[in-house]
Ligand binder design. Structure first.
Ligand code: ZN
Length: 278
């Protein structure tokens, strides 16, 4: 079976010391393609270099809502150039994050960060969507606690003909239809599929199979306990590092939830991945 990871960050520092292991594990696990998302201007050349080195890497370049406040004055021209340099590249990770605005300034997660208010995040997001539409590249969208605002932006925007990805969809069930009508694909990581998210799991059954994708979001969102089939040494702060080779675990979980044979689901997802990112 061939597996495709719709969203991860192979270039992140937590994975760098383990690259040789991960490359071997990806082969063992049958991972044939992965969208690697650069989240700010510094990361784009790193992701571009990985895409040159590894044919399984589908690069994606964007300014993440967490990085929107620290973008450079000519960020959009730089993004256009990065996209022009690789016709396979998508636009991501981009989006809106209201949770970020609730963090206290002394929270280590936002230390030294200039946090962009929602209006500014929206401007940066809309500009990137427009570029994705113009070039017909797949946008990879991050959204946390801003589902209404996201729908407003998408409704007004010109969108790429190929559609767009809402990665790690954790929005309300009743919005799935509206996003789907606008061209949304949805990808899920293993933590979103844990049995404790009962109401959400119900949602996942109703997403049309032609819009389903699977992600690891590695190095974050590791599977719990035994499901962590390809363990890596912990990060410097002791946290568990998710090996992107754990992708198959999420496929298996999704197949169970949807009462679908794994091989059938994998074939459908391969088709979806090629349509959106191919
Ligand atoms: Zn991400």
């Amino acid at each position: 079976m061939n597996f495709y990871d719709a969203h991860q960050h192979f270039h992140f520092a937590q994975l760098t010391p383990h690259r040789a292991t991960i490359l071997r594990d990806l082969q063992t696990a049958g991972v044939k393609g992965a969208v690697v998302n650069g989240t700010n201007e510094e990361e784009w050349p790193v992701v571009a270099a990985l895409a040159k080195e590894y044919p399984w890497v589908v690069p994606s370049f964007g300014v993440h809502p967490w990085d929107a406040g620290s973008r450079s004055p000519d960020w959009l021209a730089k993004l256009r150039a990065a996209l022009a340099a690789d016709p396979r590249a998508g636009v991501g990770e981009i989006g809106l994050d209201r949770w970020l605005l609730e963090l206290k300034p002394d929270d280590p997660r936002v230390a030294g960060l200039r946090v962009a208010p929602l209006e500014e995040q929206t401007e940066v997001f809309a500009a990137q969507l427009a570029l994705a539409a113009e070039l017909n590249r797949a946008p990879s969208i991050h959204c946390v606690q801003a589902w209404g605002a996201l729908h407003d932006v998408l409704k007004k925007a010109k969108l790429p003909a190929r559609g767009f990805l809402i990665h790690g969809y954790a929005g309300p069930a009743e919005m799935i239809r509206q996003f789907t009508d606008l061209g949304a694909y949805y990808s899920f990581n293993i933590q979103l599929l844990e049995p404790r998210h009962k109401s959400r799991l119900e949602n996942f059954r109703h997403i049309p199979v032609k819009r389903l994708l699977v992600e690891t979001d590695a190095p974050t969102k590791p599977p719990a306990g035994e499901l962590n089939r390809f363990p890596l040494p912990p990060a410097a702060d002791g946290s568990v590092v998710n090996n992107p080779a754990n992708l198959a675990v999420t496929y298996e979980q999704l197949a169970k939830l949807r009462h679908a044979p794994l091989a059938d689901l994998a074939a459908r997802i391969e088709g979806n991945f090629q349509r959106l990112f191919g």
